[in-house]
Design a protein around this ligand. Sequence first.
Ligand code: FES
Ligand SMILES: [Fe+2]
Length: 453
Amino acid sequence: MTITRLPSTHEGERPMLPTGDLCRPQGIAPTIDVSGLVDRENGLIDRSVFTDRRLYDQEQARVFATSWLFLGHIDQLQKAGDFFTTFMGEDPVIVTKDKAGRIRAFLNSCRHRGARVLRADYGNTRAFTCTYHGWSYDLEGNLISVPNEDGYHDADWDRANWGLVEVAQLETMLGLIFATWNPHAVPLDEQLGDMKWYMEAFLDRDSEGTTVVGGITKWVLKGNWKLAAEQFGTDWYHVNMSHASALMVLSPTGRGPKKEIAETPGRQYSDEHGNGTGFPTHPKSRFDAQPVHQYYNYAALTDRLGQARVEGPLTTGHATVFPNFSYLPVNGSIRVWHPKGPDEMEVWAWTVLDKSMPEDVRTAQRLYNLRTFGPSGIFEQDDGENWSEIQAISHGWRTNTIPLNYQMGIGSEREDGIYPGSTSTLYSDAAGRRFYARWAELMNTPAWHEEQR
Ligand code: FES
Ligand SMILES: [Fe+2]
């Protein structure tokens, strides 16, 4: 486990919010009390959490503005000036490596009139220059050049007040970059808790670490982002039905899932931070892609990660780190579900590999991931179809008044002495209930930026 906590550059260096006399309206009024929409005890969820625009806006201000959010993989930034752009909720951000080699993340919005400073997906640059009027910022986010700067002589002008807005905290963990706007967010390590132990089974198999290959696959799906995030956190249940045809294609006999597959033993982890992961358990848990299976030395993996992880979360399974980062260990797929309004999400997916893997094994894993997941993947298409189908009918008045069922496995959560934290059976909604409990907790709590005002 490698945790690099980078110091915040806000405090004492540059104000986070604009200076001046502007006074924003208080709060994000009117806020909606969501207590009646999420019933964790009885496993009931109101459908408006997927459809209501006001809830969506509140989510931006109270869930995405306060949580640790996934930005990308450290290998996307090799040298000073490398950058990529992404989103934190609906906010566009630039992630870059500054001259000192530190990873920084800035709001991708010019301090002049608000245009995106960078429109490229990735690249290398010495400065970020806005193409509207030409304000230019260095890799540390400082405003370094303003055309016709003399024109500001009447104002109380100081370039130092007009640098790019930076995230409050940024950390890397297991090769992944996370950041938050929340200066009071607990350290990422604390936020993940026992979830890290499960993540290591995927991201710490190799002492060299991981890398990403093949770029980022991006596509748009009709459907609220939470439908995808909760499924990856809690839902093994759909596999044998939704993916029956894909399982038949992959089966040597061409038949559907057998009874022993349809009733797979396994565990599902969940925690109070809304994180969740589920995985079958089997003494001979193995990688699906043959060259990948042959590459791994399972005894060495057992020495490194322990028997419980090799028999469980090492290979087949699903996971969500709250709120919108998910992964599939056996495919090497990591993905983020970017919210794009209540009815739409943008999926960004990477293939992650162990750095020590030789080229032919890397290719085999990358192609296996693309065949199964990604917009043309035989499993991914099933999932996307389900989410879009649910969303398409969710705006009906009667439809919207009927609560949804998250009752599977109620009361089955326990400490089993093998898998850390609270786990339930594999077929369970435990992580779903906790995902929405965390969501509701944040939605009902004034965020750090509301308290500041
Ligand atoms: S909006 Fe960027 S320079 Fe004017
Ligand atoms: Fe699925």
